[in-house]
Design a protein around this ligand. Structure first.
Ligand SMILES: Cc1cc2nc3c(=O)[nH]c(=O)nc-3n(C[C@H](O)[C@H](O)[C@H](O)COP(=O)(O)OP(=O)(O)OC[C@H]3O[C@@H](n4cnc5c(N)ncnc54)[C@H](O)[C@@H]3O)c2cc1C
Length: 265
């Protein structure tokens, strides 16, 4: 059994978001972090390894050469193997193209009958939550999204998934893909021995020639050319004013008073 975890290096959006003239994010000028949900996905994989003993945890990212450092940090947290999908042919990919390329990379790593692919629910930059479900579709494996709890039962997993107003418990057979949310666990820190070990490990690079024989990889389904999405404009929305807490015993009356005072009702 193997766990394959997809992690994206994202701009740190807690600071100022830089946008280029063409409306795309100016990723080069912003500090980067590991996408937060993806650390929950990695933690879930590491916990499965510790509790049921999966053979290896493989971390995969599609991104620029600098994303190699993020993969080393994952190894320092306990992952066994890192794969960086990197190449000029992949640049400018939207979610459709990204999921094709990552699915091809996962095919190359190999998906066995007991394997689990982990993703975060959502990346904090693209913010679409599309890539995980799209990868599952391309790999033709079942998926469970918004996972908050995972238990192994025979050749299946019992997953609790969050809904807007409750939870749903789903039994899914492996191989499968799970998208993870922050309520699932508390990601661990890197260990000192892990940090030293991580720099001795070779990160495998999957470039275009390494993936081009996968049927998912066609020149018109990857990169900017293969991306059906066009971004017209990206911008930082204006800050909203501070909210006002209603503290009286009768908040309805207090709210009505405020709205009446502003001539809104
Ligand atoms: C026309 C266009 C051009 C773009 N060009 C670029 C570009 O050049 N560079 C760029 O970084 N983005 C680019 N983007 C943004 C890109 O579409 C998305 O960031 C990317 O496809 C992932 O979508 P998302 O961020 O919404 O991820 P989500 O769907 O929100 O991510 C869900 C989960 O999928 C996994 N995942 C997502 N992306 C990756 C990844 N790259 N590697 C590993 N796992 C991943 C993670 O587990 C993540 O938590 C472009 C978008 C458009 C529309």
């Amino acid at each position: 059994m193997k766990a394959i975890v997809c992690l994206k290096q994202v701009p740190d959006t807690s600071g100022k978001v830089a946008v280029k003239d063409n409306g795309q994010l100016d990723r080069g000028s912003m500090a980067t972090i590991t996408n937060p949900d993806d650390l929950n996905a990695l933690e879930a994989a590491l916990q499965l390894k510790e509790t049921i003993g999966c053979d290896e945890v493989v971390v995969v990212s599609m991104g620029p050469p600098a994303a190699e450092n993020m993969l080393r940090e994952c190894i320092a947290r306990g992952a066994d193997r890192g794969v960086l999908v990197c190449g000029g042919e992949f640049a400018g990919s939207d979610t459709f193209a990204t999921s094709q390329i990552i699915a091809a990379a996962i095919n190359k790593i190999g998906v066995g009958p007991e394997d689990i692919v982990f993703c975060g629910r959502q990346a904090i930059d693209g913010d679409t939550a599309q890539v995980g479900p799209q990868i599952a579709e391309k790999l033709n494996i079942p998926q469970v999204t918004y996972v908050t709890e995972i238990k192994k039962e025979g050749d299946a997993l019992i997953c609790k998934r969050a809904l807007e107003d409750g939870f749903m418990v789903v039994k899914v057979k492996t191989p499968c893909l799970l998208t993870c949310i922050k309520e699932l666990n508390e990601p661990r820190y890197m260990s000192v021995s892990g940090i030293f070990g991580a720099y001795d490990k070779q990160i495998e690079i999957y470039d275009y020639p390494a993936l081009k024989d996968d049927p998912l990889i066609e020149t018109d389904t990857i990169g900017l050319k293969g991306s059906p999405t066009n971004v017209f404009k990206s911008f930082t929305p204006p800050q909203k004013g501070a909210g006002q807490m209603l503290t009286s015993d009768s908040p309805e009356t207090e709210l009505a008073g405020i709205l009446t005072g502003k001539h809104l009702i």
